[in-house]
Ligand binder design. Sequence first.
Ligand SMILES: O=C(O)C1=C[C@@H](OP(=O)(O)O)[C@@H](O)[C@H](O)C1
Ligand SMILES: C=C(OP(=O)(O)O)C(=O)O
Length: 426
Amino acid sequence: MTAVKITPTKLKGIVQVPPSKSLAHRAIICASLAKGVSRIDNIEYSKDIQATIKAMKSLGTKIEEFENYLIIDGTTTFTKQNSEIDCEESGSTLRFMIPISIVEENKVHFVGRGNLGKRPLDTFYEIFERQNIGYMYKKDVLDLYVIGKLKPDHYIIPGNISSQFITGLLFALPLLKGDSIIEITSTLESKGYIDLTLQMLSQYGIKIINNDYKSFVVMGNQEYQAHDYRVEADFSQAAFYLVAGAIGNDVVLTDLNLNSLQGDKATLSILEAMGAKINVVSDGIKVTGENLSATQVDASQCPDVIPVVSVALALAQGKSEVINAKRLRIKECDRIIATSSQLNELGGSVVELSDSMTIRGVSEFVGGNCSSFADHRIAMMLAIATTRCNQSVIIDNMECVEKSYPSFWEDYQSLGGIIDVINMEE
Ligand SMILES: O=C(O)C1=C[C@@H](OP(=O)(O)O)[C@@H](O)[C@H](O)C1
Ligand SMILES: C=C(OP(=O)(O)O)C(=O)O
């Protein structure tokens, strides 16, 4: 494991926002389910995306990997059984692939690492019980066997644990021989991710009836149509640089689609509510901010940006609140604990509550010896927070950014970030 020591400096320059991980997962899956050849452009080989590529290959899909694009031939998908699927640490890969992998009778072994074996899967276990699908798992480590075939059904799914269960079913159910309904039993959180799924499905020729996110009607016997697609830039990653701008750095972000359905686009409105300005400049988008003011942020629809948004809140005047943040506890780490403890380590003033955080703004951070909790979003938020520290910051496990953004440290340096790599084995 390698740590990084960052010497505080202001970031300045232009950054090309990496492709959306969420949209890349979806495009790879839809193209793999189409009986034809599709080209997916603007691919970055993060560990999560590599896991989804390998997962589809293990079901028989032919995927050719080029520097930044994929050629996917789905005509052979579902020709392989006894699949071994290594999800790495990707919750999306796991929860999308479970229903897809049993569209046809199959025996599948899911493995992974990090916190993945601790993240909830009960929603699927209940379906397995109801449909007599065999399953066996170990507690706390991902080592799950699933044996059987998914059936058309009236699915009852909670809306407040993970939208990824619903996305996984929405991918698989159109391919079954009968019609299904997915009924959502509580207000749907992470709704923007369902919008991304529905948008992608429609581009690949799949029709879903959305009854106001309370239920989804999915006709069976549908066929995915091959389709070329370019992955748009990622608002979850852009959030790091949008916040960087709001707290005094000078960063222009290129390639963002302001009409995107990505829920993490909410970062822009949160920063605006704090008094930051969103400027459309010739090269892209640039956020500027001075004297940010406190606000209340609802985490339920944009959980992934909360760690970095908390950096801006921790430097804003007054008392802010992050509410409805329960799902942050079931990500790569408990992101409520990680965000509050690490911002406090830097000199912030954050109080952790059961599903919320209260944040009192400070004028500057100090610095310190921090833990990434082996979570990419915590490591990256600490790197952005460092730009407002007056002493250096050490972050352990710098390679954890590879989960979603392998070129993060390169981009950080290209903006003038000063980093020293510390090899912990020495
Ligand atoms: O569907 C997706 O691409 C995702 C959904 C969200 O998860 P939840 O629905 O579990 O909040 C998000 O946190 C995750 O990073 C990606
Ligand atoms: C939680 C995340 O992803 P996943 O759920 O796919 O592991 C993330 O990227 O922050």
